[in-house]
Design a protein around this ligand. Structure first.
Ligand code: ITT
Length: 197
């Protein structure tokens, strides 16, 4: 683990494997506030098909640890839409690449039950240690049309509970303060000093 000193502030380096720049920006912004500098390892890792994010993340962690042999984190997330019986859920990545936000809006044409939730699992592993998983959930609904240019992925169609704006219409700090990822990360950051011992 690298320790650096910037103007008297001690910062600690953490490695994060993801191909998704949006995730990297959100996580590095939140971790920076707690003294962690995030190294971006932009490599895809194999994601086994399972019926929950938690089941997918442990083999992913073991795969990245074998290759990078250092304390390392990954993020597995998904959008679960009630009226579509949880779809796209664990298939969120593939569905985004194929039909995207427009495809989801088409599938939901005429549907009145638009409730949905985002789930995020942050997984962490260090050499010789057991994996640690922190989960965060954000409830909300799918909008009638896309709105906003910020964020990434399904952000233009997801409206957080109690909000009238989509995630693509709020900035990173605001999204982190309410989102599935922000919540998972808050739990992870609280645990991190113990995990690094
Ligand atoms: P890595 O596995 O390399 O981290 P990925 O984009 O494939 O990147 P996931 O498997 O977790 O990541 O993908 C879930 C999908 O859900 C993907 O299309 C994301 O863009 C999307 N997604 C995840 N978190 C999101 C968020 O906070 N807002 C909007 N869309 C999100």
């Amino acid at each position: 683990m690298t320790l650096r000193h910037q103007g008297g502030l001690s910062t600690q380096k953490m490695s994060f494997v993801t191909t998704n720049l949006g995730k990297f920006k959100e996580i590095s912004a939140q971790m920076a506030g707690h003294g962690y500098v995030l190294e971006h390892i932009r490599t895809p890792y194999p994601e086994i098909q399972a019926d929950s994010l938690e089941a997918t993340i442990v083999p992913g962690l073991q795969w990245v640890l074998e290759r990078y042999e250092r304390p390392i984190m990954i993020d597995d997330s998904g959008l679960f839409i009630d009226g579509l019986r949880g779809f796209p859920g664990v298939y969120s990545s593939y569905v985004f690449k194929t039909i995207g936000c427009d495809g989801i809006l088409n599938l939901m044409k005429g549907m009145t039950d638009r409730r949905a939730r985002f789930e995020c699992c942050i997984g962490f592993i260090a050499p010789g240690k057991d994996p640690f998983i922190a989960k965060g959930v954000a409830h909300g609904s799918i909008s009638q049309e896309k709105a906003g240019t910020g964020g990434f992925g399904y952000d233009p169609i997801f409206v957080h509970e109690g909000y009238s704006k989509t995630y693509a219409q709020v900035d990173i700090a605001e999204k982190n303060s309410i989102s599935h990822r922000g919540r998972a990360l808050a739990k992870f950051i609280e645990e991190l000093p113990k995990l690094l011992v």
